[in-house]
Design a protein around this ligand. Structure first.
Ligand SMILES: Nc1ncnc2c1ncn2[C@@H]1O[C@H](COP(=O)(O)OP(=O)(O)OP(=O)(O)O)[C@@H](O)[C@H]1O
Length: 256
């Protein structure tokens, strides 16, 4: 059986005349952590949007968990086991942590006609278990998201992704807006995900973070994958050379 969880072949996205993503061949192994790097506008987020069903691709093929997929929307990708943590977090400000973790997937105690009574105790217990598993520390689960710091919000979003994504987590610059301590907390969660065998794609501009956390680095430039580098075979200077275009690989596929 193949241990490739995600594969793209010739993945391409045009916005009118803008060729945002061109012919991306990519593979991710089960349990592997891969970083996607590249300058602003290089096509990183576009790539992720085609995989997560946020947009429909122009051409190319995607396989996920052993079958060819073309998700019509983000919900379909989530149902298949892909969870994405984007910068603009989809959290509900006025709800507490368990309610956010189970947003759209609430545990129901019983239904009264059009009304449902939520099983708050079960949701709280499941939340505590999820946070423990992902090493997320949140002092008061009853606090509404509105009263939390940026770092705590990010942790809730990641814990939610890790709770429900059985197969692949994608993070798009998860620490871009965070302070030093909060960044360290998010990075610890990512390490725990690795220990738990979760597959991860991390978009990041932070070289230190990337070298700390991932196994492999993919570099995008002007919509194309220009490098596929195993961490131990490269360094920051080398990666920057690919990002700026000073260097390029002759890639048949950004494979393993
Ligand atoms: N909806 C859209 N309509 C038109 N052009 C778009 C659209 N979304 C992205 N683009 C263009 O596609 C290219 C790739 O953008 P993308 O957001 O994927 O880059 P990125 O590598 O994620 O950059 P950043 O690091 O700044 O987030 C850019 O030239 C961008 O302007």
């Amino acid at each position: 059986m193949s241990d490739i969880i995600l594969r793209t072949e010739g993945l391409t996205k045009h916005y009118g005349g803008v060729h945002a993503l061109v012919d991306a061949d990519f593979e991710l192994r089960q349990g592997e952590h891969v970083a996607i790097m590249g300058d602003n506008g290089a096509g990183k987020s576009t790539f992720v949007r085609q995989i997560t069903g946020v947009e429909r691709r122009t051409s190319g093929k995607v396989w996920f968990d052993g079958r060819e997929v073309d998700f019509p929307g983000p919900l379909h990708a989530r149902e298949a086991g892909i969870e994405a943590v984007f910068q603009n977090l989809a959290l509900a400000d006025d709800l507490d942590v368990p309610s956010n973790l189970f947003l759209g997937r609430e545990k129901i105690l019983f239904n009264l006609g059009p009304f449902s009574i939520l099983d708050r105790k079960a949701m709280r217990q499941a939340t505590e278990a999820a946070l423990k598993r992902t090493a997320v520390k949140i002092p008061n689960l009853g606090n509404t998201i509105r009263h939390m710091s940026g770092g705590q919000r990010q942790c809730v979003a990641i814990a939610r992704a890790a709770t429900f994504a059985s197969k692949l987590i994608i993070m798009d610059e998860p620490t871009a807006a965070l302070g030093v301590q909060e960044t360290a907390q998010v990075e610890n969660i990512v390490r725990t995900l690795k220990d738990n065998g979760e597959s991860l794609i991390l978009i990041s501009h932070n070289m230190r973070q990337v070298f700390d956390l991932v196994d492999r680095i993919i570099v995008f430039r002007r919509g194309r994958i220009v490098a596929n580098l195993r961490k131990e075979e490269t360094d920051g200077q080398d990666v920057v050379a690919y990002i700026t275009g000073a260097k390029s690989q002759n890639l048949a596929a950004a494979a393993l």
